[in-house]
Write a protein of this length. Sequence first.
Length: 212
Amino acid sequence: MNIAERENKIAERLIEADAVRLFAEQPFQWTSGWLSPVYCDNRRLLSFPDIRREIVNAFCELIPSGTDVIAGVSTAGIAWAAWIAEKLNLPMVYVRSEAKVHGLGKQVEGILLPEQRVVVIEDLISTGKSSGQVVSALKRQDAQVVKLLSIFNYGFFQAEERFAVVGVPFTSLTNLKALTHVLITRNLVKPDMWAVLDEWRAAPDRWGKADS
């Protein structure tokens, strides 16, 4: 299976799980304040065993040989990291975007040794802020972060810039372009919705606002 086939296939699974919402007239608002005509709720995938297995298998095919530890981004990446680590018989840790303010004050939970090769698992990448914080936390513990993997990627340039700065390659099983292609092919959305999504992706911080 080539990259485009994988992206389209996983996009189909998101649609089957009803994890995708499109609504340009009354857009969703993210915690950042950004408005969005699309919302991808990957947490729904947890409830579909067949889809879960397919996604875990797709992740495992992308894990580089020589990986020592699988790291899940708290909270949505933890379950996926656990399933991947179990399938590959690898240790696992999970990482918060910030250290706890109580207890032991940990940001990384689990056993992580210096120089271990780590692959980070995230469910979704938007601007890459939380994932970037996780990568930085792992590097502060002298881990070698060799790759970042996610189920879905909105394709924002902000994420590409952030991961270029932290120096970690990233791959997503599917993305907004593939998702839109599948929606249009299945006649689940009008073709002109792609123009809306493309406009939003180009300037998500301004899209849908009166002064944009």
